[in-house]
Design a binder for this molecule. Structure first.
Ligand code: UDP
Ligand code: MG
Length: 313
C-alpha cells in the first residue's frame, strides 16, 4: 500500500527543509511505501528551488509549480490530481498540522475508515481579525448549509476511492473542508493541537479569508437567495398593516402625519433592496466564473519529466 503526502507551499523557502526533515522519518515509520507531492503555489521566493532540490535528492518527492498564485484550494486540487497513493494525507506546509499524527491516521485507515479528519482542539495563535472571521463564517456556514465545520481543518487522510470521487467534482471554486464532508464515506475524526508557526506568519490576508468564506457559503447553499423572498414577504406584510392603519386614521379624521416615517421606510427598503441585489450579484458572479470553465490552476513546471509513451522506469 502506498501513502501520498500532499503539501501546498506559498513563499515557504525557509520552511521546506524543516518540514521535509520532520516528515520523512515519520512516513518511513508507517512501514508503507510513500510519495510526497509538493505544490508551489506561485511563490515569489526560492520555494521552487527548495522543492526541486529535494526532489533531486529523493525520487519519492514530486514537485508541481503553478504559473502564478492560485490559492491554497487550487494547490490542494493539483496535489489530489497528481497523487497516486492508496491513501492520501493532506497537511499544511508550516507544520501547524503536527505530522506526528500521521501514523495514527494511517492506522485508522487500515482499520477501515475512508476519511480521517483532524479536529482542532485549540485554534492556536491567531489574530483577532481572523478569529472573528472564523466565528462569523462557521456560524453562517452551519446555519445555511447544515454542515458544522467548527474546528474542522484541512488535515485529512482520504482513501483512494474518495479521491477518485473528488476528481469528478465539476466546480471551479472548491472548498475542500466542506466538499470532503459532502462526499460522505466512512469517516472518523481525531483531535489535534494546532502547533505554532516556526517561520514567518500566516500566508492568508483577511481579504483572502473573507473571499474564501463568501465562496464557501454561496457554493454550499442557496438559502441566502431564499432569504431575500422571506424579507420581501415580511416587508409586504408590514406595509399592508401600515396601509390599513393609515386608512383607519384617515377615515376617523386624523390625517396620517410624519415625514420621518417616510424617510425611515425609504432607507429601510432601499438598504434591503441593495443588499438583496448584491447577494444576487454574488451568485451571478459565481455562475459567471463557473460557466467560463477555466482550469482550476495552471502548471508552470514539474520536477518529473513529462511521461513519453515508451518511457521505462
Ligand atoms: N498556502 C498556499 N497558497 C496560498 C496561501 C497559503 O499554498 O495562497 C499554503 C501555505 O504555504 C501553508 C498552507 O497553505 O502551507 C497554510 O497556510 P497558512 O499557514 O498561511 O494558513 P493558516 O495556518 O493561517 O490557516
Ligand atoms: Mg499555518
Amino acid at each position: 500500500m502506498k501513502i501520498s503526502l500532499l503539501i501546498p507551499f506559498y513563499n515557504e523557502e525557509q520552511q521546506i527543509p524543516l518540514t521535509l526533515a520532520t516528515v520523512m522519518p515519520i512516513l518511513e515509520s508507517t512501514g508503507h511505501e510513500f510519495e510526497l507531492v509538493l505544490v508551489d503555489d506561485g511563490s515569489r521566493d526560492l520555494t521552487w528551488q527548495a522543492i526541486s532540490l529535494a526532489s533531486q535528492e529523493d525520487r519519492r518527492i514530486h514537485g508541481i509549480r503553478f504559473s502564478r498564485n492560485f490559492g491554497k484550494e487550487a494547490a490542494i486540487c493539483a496535489a489530489l490530481d497528481a497523487a497516486t497513493g492508496d491513501a492520501v494525507v493532506l497537511m499544511d506546509g508550516d507544520l501547524q498540522h503536527p505530522p506526528q499524527h500521521i501514523p495514527d491516521m494511517v492506522r485508522l485507515w487500515e482499520s477501515g475508515f475512508e476519511v480521517v479528519e483532524g479536529v482542532k482542539v485549540t485554534r492556536g495563535k491567531e489574530s483577532l481579525g481572523s478569529r472573528l472571521n472564523a466565528q462569523v463564517f462557521y456560524g453562517l456556514f452551519r446555519w445555511f448549509s447544515g454542515y458544522d465545520l467548527r474546528n474542522a481543518s484541512d488535515f485529512k487522510l482520504l482513501d483512494r476511492r474518495v479521491v477518485q470521487e473528488w476528481r469528478r467534482l465539476g466546480e471551479h471554486d472548491t472548498f475542500f473542508r466542506g466538499l470532503s464532508a459532502w462526499l460522505g464515506f466512512k469517516r472518523t475524526t481525531f483531535p489535534f493541537e494546532v502547533a505554532a508557526r516556526q517561520v514567518g506568519g500566516s500566508r492568508w490576508s483577511i481579504f483572502k479569508l473573507m473571499g474564501l468564506s463568501i465562496n464557501a457559503i454561496t457554493s454550499f447553499s442557496v438559502m441566502p437567495l431564499q432569504f431575500i423572498s422571506v424579507l420581501g414577504a415580511l416587508m409586504l406584510t408590514g406595509s399592508v398593516l401600515l396601509a390599513i392603519q393609515t386608512l383607519v386614521n384617515w377615515f376617523s379624521g386624523h390625517a396620517a402625519s410624519g415625514f420621518t416615517t417616510v424617510i425611515l421606510l425609504q432607507l429601510l427598503i432601499g438598504g434591503s433592496l441593495m443588499l438583496s441585489l448584491g447577494l444576487i450579484g454574488i451568485y451571478i458572479a459565481r455562475i459567471f466564473t463557473e460557466v467560463k470553465g477555466r482550469p482550476r490552476y495552471i502548471v508552470g513546471a514539474t520536477t518529473d519529466p513529462a511521461p513519453t509513451p515508451d518511457a521505462h522506469d
